[in-house]
Ligand binder design. Structure first.
Ligand code: ADP
Length: 554
């Protein structure tokens, strides 16, 4: 009766059974359906798990009907005396159709034996398991050459799993259509993008190309090229800037062209001037050569003539001397006076001819200058000695010699130096009145370049020279144009010869003069050995002092 109460009140239910400890049937509450094989039932009796609170075994299909085995142990303390066992028949679900309608035709629901064995459909029919074990979650398999996608959930405390399956094609149908839609959208987007890019590039590259063309034309020399600005954006600004730049380039080019033409004209003018200059230079060169030739001819002529004149004058002077000595008979006093005049005139002529000869030789470059070293004091004393009689005759005071702290040496020909000093002293005496003073000082000095010089200063208290004659008196045949000097002998060659001689020895002659007060002629020559300061403010002839410092007396 207790077993009978365990059975639900449906005829279709198989009986509840009491099994012994070896799971052999002891009692049953009814009969199994005759089509259920006894051996299959026995297998379920032994296979059903029996935890304390009772448990379910794997879904079985005895006689083709789905059944769920259930077993509960019967205990006496810890000892298991036997089991209560029942195979609960599963009838096809009354709601199977509604459920199927709800989930749609492509989805199938199973109750599966999770650890292997056939699966049960909603209609309680069996289907062979497509996989040996049901995994949890998503999995896929193929059955009857169809791919399926399934999802399984284990049912707690049972060996079952709830499986939902759908053909893979159906599952992928929506993603595939979504994918197709995506591809179409992507293609469309790409086309739109390409179109946009093309439009954009057209908008940017067209004006840029125009700009590039205009730039190339500008570079090739077409300065009239301009670009239509058209737009207000950066490209428009670029075009306007380009136009401004092109305008500036054009005006700069025009200005340059103008300058170039000017320069060209100038160059032509310069070329003409050059040609003119070359012709003038050639003419000048010819003139110079001719002048030199003429000068040489003149010098040659002078030299020859002087020589030719000197010989007969010498004869005149010689014969006059003999007459004066009374070699040819007694000479009266009156005759002697006349002969003296002839003699002096002859001497004067010889001196004159000597000067002309010297000048001619200097100019012809045939005058010989000895390269030697002289002592300033000795040369000056020699010149003073020669001029002393002339000075005495005139009553002019003439200093007797240099008194230098140390002997001053100069480089030059002592004979020529003495000749120059004689010239200068003779002029000084000549242009100084009676009771006047003439002196020669010699001293060493260095100029700004450190060049050492020996200087001879010939000073007088004579008539002096007008400032505008100071340079001209060094030219040949020039005498200061004063009526007074006309009264003096000479032809104006002494200074010309003296300066040339001084320059031939590397020196020069300068003059300072104050009309009515006196003159100072300075001959300078390169010093020999030591600095220019050798000897310091050297000795003097006739006393020291500022120029003209002529205080000494004969
Ligand atoms: P010359 O004495 O034969 O006329 P120079 O060449 O020696 O020729 O002198 C040229 C001229 O310079 C002189 O005629 C004279 O006018 C002037 N002159 C030269 N030395 C003196 C001087 N010491 N004082 C004034 N005039 C001078």
């Amino acid at each position: 009766a207790a077993l009978e109460r365990l059975r639900p009140p449906t005829d279709s239910m198989p009986p509840a059974e009491l099994l012994d400890a070896e799971r052999r049937p002891l009692l049953a509450s009814g009969e199994y359906p005759p089509e259920w094989p006894a051996e299959a039932i026995d297998r379920q009796r032994r296979g059903a798990p029996a935890p304390d609170s009772g448990g379910y075994g794997p879904i079985a299909f005895p006689g083709g009907h789905a059944a769920l085995p259930m077993a509960t142990p019967v205990r006496d303390g810890r000892r298991v005396l036997g089991y209560l066992f029942q195979l609960r028949r599963v009838s096809p679900s009354a709601n199977a159709r509604q459920i199927q309608q709800l989930i749609g035709p492509s989805i199938t629901v199973y109750l599966a034996n999770a650890d292997g064995g056939p699966w049960m459909t909603l209609r309680a029919t069996s289907t062979p398991a497509p996989v040996p074990r049901v995994p949890a979650g998503l999995f896929s398999y193929s059955r009857n050459e169809t791919e399926y996608l399934a999802h399984a959930d284990r049912i707690a405390d049972t060996p079952w799993a709830f499986v939902v399956e759908t053909p893979l094609a159906v599952a992928l149908a929506r993603p595939a259509s979504f994918l197709r839609l995506e591809v179409a959208a992507a293609v469309l987007l790409m086309l739109a993008g390409a179109l946009g890019a093309w439009l954009l590039s057209r908008r940017i590259t067209r004006p840029l190309k125009r700009l590039a063309r205009a730039s190339s034309a500008l570079a090739a020399g077409d300065y009239t090229q301009r670009v239509a600005p058209g737009r207000a954006d950066e490209l428009g600004t670029l075009a306007r800037t380009f136009n401004r730049m092109a305008e500036q380039v054009r005006s700069a080019h025009d200005a340059l062209q103008g300058k170039f033409e000017e320069a060209h004209a100038l160059a032509e003018e310069l070329e003409r001037a050059n040609t003119e200059l070359r012709r003038a230079m050639a003419e000048a060169e010819t003139a110079r050569a001719e002048a030199e030739a003429a000068n040489r001819a003149k010098s040659d002529f002078l030299a020859t003539m002087s020589h030719e004149i000197r010989t007969p004058i010498n004869a005149i002077v010689g014969y006059t001397e003999l007459l004066r000595l009374g070699v040819t008979g007694p000479v009266t006093e009156a005759q002697r006076t006349q002969l003296d005049r002839v003699y002096l005139s002859g001497k004067h002529l010889i001196a004159l001819v000597d000067e002309v000869l010297d000048l001619a030789r200097v100019e012809a470059g045939t005058l010989r200058i000895e390269r030697s070293v002289g002592v300033a004091m000795e040369t000056a004393a020699g010149a003073v000695a020669i001029l002393r009689p002339q000075a005495d005759r005139k009553g002019v005071g003439l200093a007797t010699g240099c008194r230098c702290a140390a002997p001053l040496h100069y480089r030059g020909d002592p004979n020529r130096v003495r000749q120059i000093l004689v010239n200068l002293l003779s002029n000084a005496i000549k242009f100084t009145g009676a009771a006047g003073r003439v002196a020669v000082n010699c001293f060493g000095a260095a100029d700004a370049d450190g060049m050492a010089w020996v200087r001879f200063a010939v000073e007088d208290t004579g008539i002096g020279i007008e400032p505008d004659h100071l340079e001209r008196i060094f030219e040949p045949f020039v005498q200061a144009e004063t009526g007074y000097t006309r009264g003096y002998a000479g032809v104006g060659l002494g200074l010309a010869i003296s300066r040339r001689l001084a320059r031939m020895m590397g020196g020069d002659i300068d003059v300072e003069s104050t009309p009515g007060v006196g003159s100072r002629f300075t001959l300078r020559l390169p010093a020999e050995g030591g600095e220019g300061g050798e000897g310091g403010e050297g000795g003097e002839v006739g006393g020291a002092g500022e120029a003209p410092s002529v205080r000494g007396s004969a």
